[in-house]
Design a protein around this ligand. Structure first.
Ligand SMILES: Cc1cc2nc3c(=O)[nH]c(=O)nc-3n(C[C@H](O)[C@H](O)[C@H](O)COP(=O)(O)OP(=O)(O)OC[C@H]3O[C@@H](n4cnc5c(N)ncnc54)[C@H](O)[C@@H]3O)c2cc1C
Length: 409
């Protein structure tokens, strides 16, 4: 009798697990039946969505730096990334017909920038290796006699498998497939989980009406954001509700944690990080003559457009009239952040199944034969090419664990 493997969730982690298990099956000449189940009519919708704005597959920095970016989960991720890391992600992309290139600041993309060509090839490749894809099957838990229970268009279906990988993702952008309801099913089994929380998300700021009307949607480029001991240099966007974008995402974990702890949260923006405070003061102190204030800061500091408007929005009038205080505001403009945007809008999430529930091979300690990988686990990482490789790496690592588990059955 062939041994059966159910991989539930055909996203980044599930697809990489299927890839590696089918390779193991061929190499070790095993009689395994590998089936990928997904709730949606088509698989990997979050990857497809990620590809719309340029699929950032990984990052080109040295491997030790890359691993350190997963802090405080770096020690947990390290062995998995060393097995299957940025180099392997790029090789996989190449094998799927998409060479990769390094964009700005070391981010790595497939040449088409999209997910669709990669996924098309990947599914063809899995099919050739005998992996079956079953869509419109939403996993709901287990029956009393431990079969997998699915909701399908034809009603409920039960399926038995010798090994199961749950790779159901995190409940951001739920219309793409993941609703997060599985957490209560796992908790009922005694598996410790934390509620999902937004990561790499936008934040609310009480902008004035005039500011929103004129500047919502406008990028603020090349600034340094500071919160506590964390600093991020980059761009962000003014939105109707507040702020979002890569520089904000880089601070989203500490900002979210501070808001949850009930602390007043003020982040500081350095609008002129290439000048020190003395230089900013010196330039502001130059004679203004008959120029308007707006012209003065534009000429002396190239502060204009949304940056000048932001300075005005966040600075009391008396500070605007005091060049010493104004210089300080330009170097550390305080932005009062009131709440993270909802989980549904976030790029990724924190929370989920506690890592302490898993053994080294990602098998659930209290349920042999059940493996979990990807964003549904309780870890988080920044944007910039760290989320997808982590999920793929975990999928690959779980596949190794499943292989060993089945070989010992
Ligand atoms: C807009 C956007 C852009 C992004 N861009 C990038 C990027 O450029 N680079 C990057 O590294 N990361 C990016 N990410 C994050 C990245 O897409 C995710 O971290 C990654 O896809 C998570 O992989 P996963 O395998 O854990 O889950 P997913 O890839 O989300 O896959 C989970 C799968 O499980 C299925 N599923 C869910 N529940 C059930 C159920 N009960 N039964 C059966 N199937 C179920 C879902 O339909 C889905 O197909 C982006 C995310 C978003 C939202």
């Amino acid at each position: 009798m062939p041994k059966t493997i159910a991989i539930i969730g055909a996203g980044a982690a599930g697809l990489m697990a299927a890839d590696h298990l089918s390779e193991l099956m061929a190499d070790q000449e095993r009689d395994w039946q590998i089936t990928l189940y997904d709730a949606m009519p088509t698989p990997a919708r979050k990857l497809m969505m990620a590809g719309k704005s340029g699929l950032n597959l990984t990052h080109a920095q040295p491997i030790d730096e890359f691993i350190a970016s997963y802090s405080p989960y770096a020690d947990w991720m390290a062995p998995m990334i060393r097995e299957f890391g940025p180099r392997e992600v790029r090789s996989w992309s190449y094998a799927m017909g998409q060479s990769t290139f390094e964009g700005s600041s070391g981010r790595v993309f497939p040449k088409s920038m999209k997910a669709s060509p990669l996924l098309r090839r990947h599914f063809q490749h899995l099919e050739k290796r005998g992996v079956k894809l079953v869509t419109r099957h939403r996993w709901q838990g287990w029956t009393d006699d431990n079969a997998l229970l699915f909701e399908t268009p034809e009603g409920q279906a039960t399926i038995r498998a010798d090994a199961v990988l749950l790779a159901l993702g995190g409940p951001t952008w739920p219309r793409l497939g993941t609703d997060g309801n599985f957490l209560s099913v796992l908790e009922e089994k005694g598996i410790a989980c934390s509620p999902y929380r937004p990561a790499n998300c936008g934040f609310e700021v009480g902008w004035s009406k005039q500011f929103i009307q004129q500047w919502a949607g406008e990028p603020v480029k090349s600034v340094t954001l500071t919160f506590g001991d964390r600093q991020v240099h980059g761009d962000f966007v003014i939105t109707r509700y507040g702020i979002e974008g890569s520089a904000v995402y880089g601070l989203s974990a500490p900002l979210r944690d501070a808001l949850e702890a009930g602390a007043p949260v003020t982040l500081q923006i350095d609008l002129r990080s290439h000048h020190d405070l003395d230089e900013v003061k010196k330039r502001l102190d130059q004679p203004r003559g008959k120029q308007s204030f707006a012209n003065h800061i534009r000429k002396r500091l190239h502060l204009k457009g949304v940056q000048a408007a932001l300075l005005k929005e966040c600075t009391p009038r008396e500070v605007m009239n005091d060049m010493g205080k104004l210089a300080q505001a330009i170097k550390a403009l305080p932005i009062h952040v009131t709440a993270p945007r909802p989980l549904e809008e976030a790029i990724s999430c924190a929370g989920g199944v506690h890592l302490s529930e898993l053994g080294d091979d990602l098998m659930v300690k209290r349920q042999p034969g059940l493996f979990i990988a990807g964003e549904m686990l309780d870890w988080e990482a920044p944007t910039g090419g760290y989320l997808l490789p982590a999920c793929m790496s975990q999928g690959h690592h779980a596949a190794l664990g499943i292989g060993r588990y089945l070989n010992e059955l």
